[in-house]
Design a protein around this ligand. Structure first.
Ligand SMILES: O=C(O)CCC(=O)C(=O)O
Length: 275
């Protein structure tokens, strides 16, 4: 049996930390020998995507473009990534942290911060998702050892309590406005710090987070998977990013539908079918 099908026990103290801070770091979520073949596939596909798109010099990009190469929906396009992205091992952790019985795939994405890549501005993920009331969590896993200077994540502890504050896409403006908000509320900043390949952070969809730029001489290769509670219902998209997400990740669904398109299979419990 692959380790991807075996289960990781989440300590109660980690669940409590996730609930309190809106994020948690778990070590050894997929140890190195098990990770290696999946890493090679994800890196190969993501670099292939970046090359096919063409490289725009860093100085000519906006803040979002400097933050990372972003390649989404790998699991559905590349069968050799599917076992990783759909793994019960990761999905069960997501369910345990959120305190729900069952979770679905929202989407996956590789986020590679290039050498000299800029900061990831403060933002809330869930402002992009037409899933206002739903519990959502993102797993963020380095595929190679990542020291802090490569741009591992930072979080405003407790900021998930703010919930939805209206549209605020990743930009210089989100960095400035959320920095001000963090200072007003006095949220302590939690840092993931140096991470080994296969360690992971998990963050609540409303937790304000970002990352510094990559000051190292190696690309920060990271894979992320976003999980949503299985009974979540689509909400009315109130801005263009949410309209785009509805079309892209919830194809043919309309507000009021359960989040159960063919792109949202149930991943935990592993035996339940997708709709
Ligand atoms: O990888 C990064 O720099 C940011 C990642 C992020 O914001 C996320 O996974 O939600």
């Amino acid at each position: 049996m692959s380790m991807l099908d075996s289960l990781y026990t989440v300590d109660e103290t980690k669940i409590a930390a996730f609930q309190q801070n809106g994020w948690v770091r778990l070590n050894g979520v997929l140890p190195e020998p098990e990770l290696a073949p999946h890493r090679d596939a994800i890196i190969g596909h993501t670099m292939g995507f970046a090359e096919s798109r063409g490289v725009v010099p860093m100085a000519q990009r906006n803040t979002y473009g400097k933050a990372f190469i972003q390649y989404s929906n790998l699991w559905a396009m590349h069968p050799d990534v599917a076992a990783f992205a759909l793994a019960p091992r990761f999905a069960k952790i997501a369910a345990d942290l959120m305190g729900v019985a069952s979770v679905r795939m929202y989407h996956d994405q590789a986020l590679f911060k290039e050498v000299g890549g800029g900061l990831t501005p403060w933002h809330q993920d869930q402002q992009y998702w037409p899933l206002d009331g739903a519990k959502c969590v993102t797993m963020w896993m380095p595929l190679i050892d990542c020291s802090k200077v490569m741009g591992t994540m930072r979080f405003a502890n407790g900021s998930q309590a703010l919930g939805y504050m209206g549209p605020l896409d990743i930009s210089d403006s989100s960095e400035q406005r959320l920095q001000n908000l963090i200072e007003e509320h006095g949220y302590p900043i939690g840092e993931a710090g140096d991470m080994l390949a296969g360690d992971a952070t998990f963050h609540n969809g409303w937790c304000i987070h970002g990352a510094p730029g990559n000051a190292s001489d190696a690309i920060r290769a990271v894979m992320t998977i976003i999980y949503v509670e299985a009974d979540a219902v689509v909400t009315v998209p109130d801005h263009i990013s949410r309209e785009n997400d509805l079309r892209t990740w919830l194809p043919d669904l309309v507000p009021g539908d359960r989040v159960a398109s063919p792109l949202n299979p149930v991943l935990w419990p592993a035996t339940i079918q997708s709709s």
